[in-house]
Design a protein around this ligand. Sequence first.
Ligand SMILES: [Zn+2]
Length: 271
Amino acid sequence: MKYVSRSCPVCGSSANIFLHLFSKDCWQTVKCQECSMVYIQNPPDYDTLSKDYEWNTSSANERKRRRNNRKVYYFFSDKARQIKRILRRHRRKEMISIDSLYNSGNFLDIGCGNGGTLKHINKKYTPYGIEISESLSKEANEYCIKNGGMVICADSYSGLQSFESSFFDIVLLRSYLEHEYQPLPVLREVNRVLKKDGIAIIKVPNFDCWNRRLRGLGWPGFRFPDHVNYFTPKTLKEIVEHSGLKIDNFSLMEHLPTSDNMWLYAKKGSE
Ligand SMILES: [Zn+2]
């Protein structure tokens, strides 16, 4: 296995404090002394991630382990989720807003996995994806090619570089940015590939949520070493602003401390 040694992914500072309570095995979680970003300092490199920690395998194992440990909690949590889904007519929050955004356009899902989301977006959009895992990207690509788009098998930064500027109407970063050890260069590329009136939709776990404070290392947002960035509303806002993207909506409703996740909507800014 190969590791990367990195400084703060938000502000670049290498001054940090080791967080013993939020570290596990060899993975060192630290807090930046400049901007308070919490991150794994020694994440696995892309090659290791794509092979040893293929996202679907490691997340399925983790889900199984958590469920076995906390059966009663997950019984009630599943019920609550089912009710929320019925209220949203079985559509994810971000998918409802995507449906009503534009009449047509190019849609990019970064970290698209096997294309699950791409298969569910409205057919008026042309589906594109970037995925580091070879097996998952192959499956997603078969679907996208049939529908006028394609999936690039690469790390997100390299994948984004293969698209021309101002190409996408919508770029979705759903449960992705917490996995990326170079989030700032990726967001700068997102800003470049977005059209003038395009929108980037970001969903990440909220490290400041009450559930994390209550459950500590048992919080589902902790996944070693898949999750390498632990954003709070403050650090998410900062990294998006550093990238050049212009925040369109990040109201309190999008980062309520009662939810494990937060959503940020950004438009193209200056490059
Ligand atoms: Zn920092």
